[in-house]
Design a protein around this ligand. Structure first.
Ligand code: AMP
Ligand code: ZN
Length: 481
């Protein structure tokens, strides 16, 4: 049984897909005007875990991710500049060059983090015609009005606007106090807008500043609104309703609420049955990581400090996806250490224990102890993706002396279908003969109680990139970070 917390009902629900075997999943993709920061990447890692859990449960997943290459303004609502046009000015490049460049970097980031690519990528600029057609449907049904700035959606025309909002928020909306609503949803009033929650479906190009990306439409030259892009692309690829729609928690009050409102208005249907949202990665002292706040860390920064991208992936499993996660370099260091330790343990599993290759290919018979581990693991991941519990169980397996090596190996490789830490690719590291000789000599000194000499050899070994851990079974040689 698979359970997810559904932001629509504000509770955990048993997952029942529309089709028994196949799940339609839409995840809001990046706005490609700059590098994704590690907060953004936390959300993509959470979505990757969701997809892996669906696959683990035997579903095939039709996963669509969009690339927002036009229409996302510097405020999530309807004022400010288009982020892409702003990026082009900043870097003195065309908007298309900017979009192309950051899309490539984004895909490279996902690869480095071992995130499985979507079944299909779709760019907002590839679907302009579909978006115009969709706005025409809304127009025919009487949900739109035109002001100087663009074509707007009249949220008051929809009976149950605010599908994802809490009861408290819905009450504020019902009170019809514009000031309270504005404060709550933090939207700005564009002159002529009828209700604070109304939003742009199509924005007109400004008369004073020439845009690089603009298209003709029945209403005038301009570009689509961000919320229209996602609803149109998701329905185009997955139909309506589809199973799961995801994003970061910041998408609840405006972006996803407005996607739902448009789908309801155009087709009288729910857009998606389950809505999952990832909490934010924050910096210490509750500081928000954001491009507009100017305090972002990108994956390249992590790599430049000699951390592996997968140490960041591992770090993300320390918190449940619906809890805030505080980033610090110290915490990342601990994750890197733990990950190296895990790799080392996998390397140490005595391969002599495997009678043949198929044992290592996971078809080994599992004893009841292992079966229990596997069952518990599935229970944790199926309970709204409880990764912290799944991780701690994995360490129980690593440390369990009552498990046979081949069972341990089987379980770790099996769990890694979810973790995605590349455990199946761990190779024995060849220890150079020079290091082996030094370690043997150090042992000799230690036995003779010549500790000064032994210590100086330990330093020499360290300078060659290796560490020694003295165990009951003799010295263990480990590659330094
Ligand atoms: P954007 O490229 O700005 O549209 O954001 C991409 C994704 O990252 C969206 O799903 C956002 O909700 C999410 N996001 C933005 N900031 C953070 C953060 N600090 N922590 C986690 N996710 C975030
Ligand atoms: Zn979206």
């Amino acid at each position: 049984m698979l359970k997810f917390y559904n932001s629509l009902s504000h509770k955990k629900e048993i997952f029942k897909p529309i089709d028994d075997k196949k799940v339609g999943l839409y995840t809001c993709g990046p706005t490609v005007y700059f590098y994704a920061h590690i907060g953004n990447l936390r959300t993509y890692i959470f979505e990757d875990i969701l997809k892996r859990v669906l696959l683990y449960n035997g579903y095939s997943v039709n996963h669509i991710m969009n690339i927002t290459d036009v229409g996302h303004l510097t405020s999530d609502a309807d004022i400010g500049e288009d982020k892409l046009e702003k990026g082009a000015q900043r870097e003195n490049k065309t908007v298309w060059e900017i979009a192309n460049f950051y899309e490539k970097v984004f895909k490279q980031d996902l690869k480095r983090l071992n995130i499985i690519f979507p079944s299909k990528w779709i760019r907002a600029t590839q679907t302009i015609k579909d978006q115009i057609k969709f706005i025409q449907i809304l127009e025919k049904k009487g949900f739109t009005y035109i002001i100087d700035d663009g074509v707007y959606f009249n949220t008051q025309k929809l009976k149950n606007y605010g599908a994802l909002w809490s009861e408290k928020a819905k009450k504020i909306l019902k009170s019809k106090s514009k000031d309270d609503i504005k404060k709550f949803v933090r939207v700005e009033m564009v002159p002529g807008k009828k209700n604070p929650t109304d939003f742009a479906l199509w924005k007109f190009s400004s008369k004073s500043v020439k845009r690089q990306m603009e298209w003709n439409s029945p209403w005038g030259k301009g570009f689509p609104g961000w919320h229209t892009e996602c609803v149109v692309m998701s329905i185009k690829e997955l139909g309506i309703p589809f199973d799961i729609h995801c994003g970061g928690i910041d998408h609840i009050p405006i972006h996803h609420t407005n996607e739902i409102a448009q789908a309801e208005a155009a087709f009288g249907k729910k857009l998606a049955n389950y809505w999952l949202h990832g909490e934010f990665l924050i910096l210490e002292k509750e500081k928000r990581m954001g491009k507009s706040e100017g305090n972002i860390i990108i994956l390249e920064d992590i790599i430049n400090k000699d951390f592996s991208p997968l140490s960041y992936r591992y770090f993300c499993f320390n918190a449940h996806y619906r809890s805030k996660l505080v980033f610090s370099w110290k915490a990342l260091e601990a994750s890197q250490r733990a990950l190296n330790n895990l790799y080392q343990k996998v390397r140490e599993i005595n391969k002599k224990d495997f009678s043949n290759k198929t044992d290592m290919d996971n078809s080994v018979y599992l004893g009841s102890r292992s079966q229990n581990y596997k069952k518990t693991f599935k229970k944790f991941i199926n309970d709204d993706l409880d990764m912290p519990k799944a991780m701690s169980l994995m360490w129980d397996v690593v440390k369990d002396d009552n498990l046979k090596n081949n069972e341990k190996y089987y379980l770790l490789i099996d769990f890694d279908k979810i973790f995605g830490l590349g455990l199946d690719k761990i190779k024995e590291i060849a220890i150079p003969q020079e290091v082996r000789n030094l370690v043997a000599l150090r042992e000799k000194y230690r036995k003779n109680k010549e500790f000064k000499k032994a210590d100086s050899l330990r330093d020499k070994i360290k300078s060659l990139g290796w560490e020694i851990e003295d165990t009951q079974d003799g010295p263990k040689i480990i590659k330094s970070k």
